[in-house]
Design a protein around this ligand. Structure first.
Ligand SMILES: O=C(O)CCC(=O)C(=O)O
Ligand SMILES: [Fe+2]
Length: 309
């Protein structure tokens, strides 16, 4: 299960000097580096509830019936696999946008950036866009400020969420081995939260669907911080609780990625995914200071990591 106190401490903190250096460089590293010490669901929610008490709330929140239903499903399963898709014209605009800008394999950054359909090497499993590129995508803020999603997040966290940790990447087919997030893992980005995922290509069983182990978000079984085998995850949680999320381009789903999950290595077809996280505390993943100039029409608390006040 979870390792010793010392092992957990050292996961992100090789020395106290490096910890203080990282925290003085970016305050968000304080919680992030200590997260492995709070890797059990009980300890995480203990801290998350206390952090939520300090965060802003929507006065007189009256969540829609849909948000209440998604919240209940998220509590029970950790995932809401089918929420209404985004419209076809928006998907097409996003596809055109991402296909027109370069991406990068951070594990082979020396190979430089490349076009979406020309990965830098046969060993390049994924081609990533950076936060600034993603924030400039058409309609990004509207997509991720969907009022029903924000209501669901406030119900789940007990405070307004922080829109955080945005990502977009291609997964390339036919690579020799699954790598990184293509193997079962838990995310340890914050004390509580969930991600919204949007497929921007059609994703069938062969095109690298997201695979998720229902219920594992509330379980202390198996370690955090490293990939686990399919056998270990299935033995712990039951193969009947494993779901693969397929869908056409534009399909959306939300998932508490403290649960075991992975994005399968595609057998055929490239997969393009867009995602962001709704967190109770800030992760250090977004560039600081907030990259987007202040603008009206969006909740300043929810968007404080993205948008200057
Ligand atoms: O590629 C996927 O479907 C999952 C990626 C992942 O692990 C994550 O976004 O946390
Ligand atoms: Fe993940």
């Amino acid at each position: 299960m979870i390792g010793s106190w010392q092992d957990n401490f050292r996961t992100r903190i090789p020395s106290l000097a490096s910890f203080f250096r990282r925290v003085s460089g970016d305050r968000r590293n304080f919680a992030y580096d200590l997260l492995p010490l709070f890797a059990s669901p009980g300890r995480r929610s203990f801290v998350a509830r206390r952090l939520a008490a300090l965060r802003p709330k929507t006065p007189g929140l009256t969540p829609s019936a849909t948000a209440r239903a998604w919240h209940a499903q998220l509590e029970r399963d950790g995932i809401v696999p089918a929420i209404p898709a985004i419209d076809g014209a928006h998907v097409a605009a996003l596809r055109r946008y991402f296909e027109g800008i370069p991406c990068l394999d951070p594990y082979r950054a020396h190979l430089g950036s490349f076009a979406f359909d020309a990965p830098a090497s046969p060993e390049t499993n994924m081609g990533y866009y950076n936060a600034r590129q993603i924030l400039a995508a058409p309609g990004f803020l509207d997509l991720f400020n969907d009022p029903v999603i924000l209501e669901t997040a406030e119900l789940y966290l007990g405070c307004k969420p922080l829109l955080d940790n945005i990502g977009a990447w291609w997964s390339y087919p036919g690579r020799p081995a699954a790598k990184g997030t293509q193997r079962y893992h838990r995310d340890l980005d914050s004390f509580g939260g969930f991600k919204m995922f949007i497929y921007l290509t059609d994703v069938d069983a062969a095109a690298g669907p997201h695979v998720f182990m229902k219920g594992s978000h509330r379980s202390p079984l198996l370690p955090t911080g490293r990939a686990c085998s399919d056998e270990a995850v299935r033995a712990s949680f039951g193969v009947e609780n494993e779901i693969a999320v397929t869908g056409s381009a534009g399909a959306r789903f939300i998932a508490d990625t403290f649960a075991f999950h992975k994005g399968l290595l595609p057998g055929q077809g490239r997969r393009l995914l867009l995602t962001a996280q709704y967190n109770v505390n800030a992760s250090p993943h977004l560039p600081a200071p907030p990259p987007v100039p202040s603008r009206g029409g969006y909740d300043a608390d929810v968007n404080q990591l993205i948008m200057r006040r």
